[in-house]
Design a binder for this molecule. Structure first.
Ligand SMILES: [Zn+2]
Ligand SMILES: [Zn+2]
Length: 264
């Protein structure tokens, strides 16, 4: 599978505009040129900066409807830039959030909303998604957050876990029995800080602990690439030290514009 990180920052980063210049846009990932996971108000600039072919994108899967992961206006802009003769762009988002996510009349016909709830499985043009409940609060009553596992047509599997602190017990229970994955994108909002946000986010020590558990369960194959994304600005004061600490723990700091290819 081919990964392109369009953004790797948490919600405290300022919008860098057209050029990321070593900063971080809000988190978004492009898988195999075709599937976007999360798409926010900064993502269209990343699409332009990193020369993404919008016509190849078929689906957007939103992990949860927080502003730094989901922006309907940006999704409409992307949909309108795709070739008009293509099938509609399908946007998979929490079922409850659909109620407040109305595409404009101009965009109707160019995109289609599909609801899902944590625990559901769904298909995106040959990519099979599983969703798992996350420990991450949303402000709108009834809206829920999910971790995602996607199986690519190649058979390779990616675990995408933004946002959430320790996994809820039912998610541990399901991951323990799930088919192993070949790569992980971890949420490392707090970096190496012991920050108050750990109630619904992770720091490096937490993901190292979770990774150790999931390797013991057999869900993580040994030696797979594990990227740390969704890093808050406040944790990036000394990036050289952070990269060193992350590498020593067995992870890779994701950067905006970073590409990575895994082979089956
Ligand atoms: Zn977030
Ligand atoms: Zn969030």
């Amino acid at each position: 599978m081919r990964l392109l990180f369009l953004g790797t920052g948490a919600a405290d980063w300022p919008n860098p505009g057209a050029h990321s210049n070593g900063g971080r846009r809000f988190s978004s990932l492009l898988l195999d040129d075709a599937i976007l996971i999360d798409f926010n108000a900064m993502s269209m600039d990343a699409v332009r900066e990193f020369h993404v072919d919008v016509d190849k994108i078929t689906d957007i899967v939103i992990s949860h409807p927080h502003d730094d992961h989901f922006n309907m206006k940006a999704i409409e802009e992307l949909a309108m830039q795709r070739e008009a003769s293509l099938p509609p762009l399908v946007v998979h988002v929490n079922t409850k959030a659909i109620e407040r996510s109305h595409p404009s009349p101009e965009a109707s016909g160019r995109l289609q909303l599909a609801g899902y709830l944590p625990g559901d499985s769904f298909e995106c043009n040959g990519y099979a998604f599983e969703s798992y409940a996350a420990n991450h609060a949303l402000e709108v009553p009834g809206e829920l957050s999910a971790h995602l596992v996607v199986t690519c047509p190649s058979g390779e599997r990616l675990f995408y876990t933004l946002d959430g602190s320790w996994f809820p017990s039912r998610t541990w229970g399901r991951l323990r029995k799930a088919t192993p994955v070949d790569a992980v994108v971890w949420e490392m909002t707090c970096g190496t800080l012991y920050d108050w946000r750990v109630g619904e986010h992770c720091n490096l020590d937490m993901i190292a602990c979770e990774a150790k558990f999931l390797t013991t369960f057999g869900f993580l194959k040994p030696g797979i690439p594990m990227f740390c994304s969704h890093i808050m600005r406040g944790a990036c004061g000394d990036m050289e030290q952070l990269r060193k600490d992350v590498n020593e723990a067995g992870f890779i700091v994701a950067e905006d514009g970073m590409r990575f290819t895994t082979t089956p």
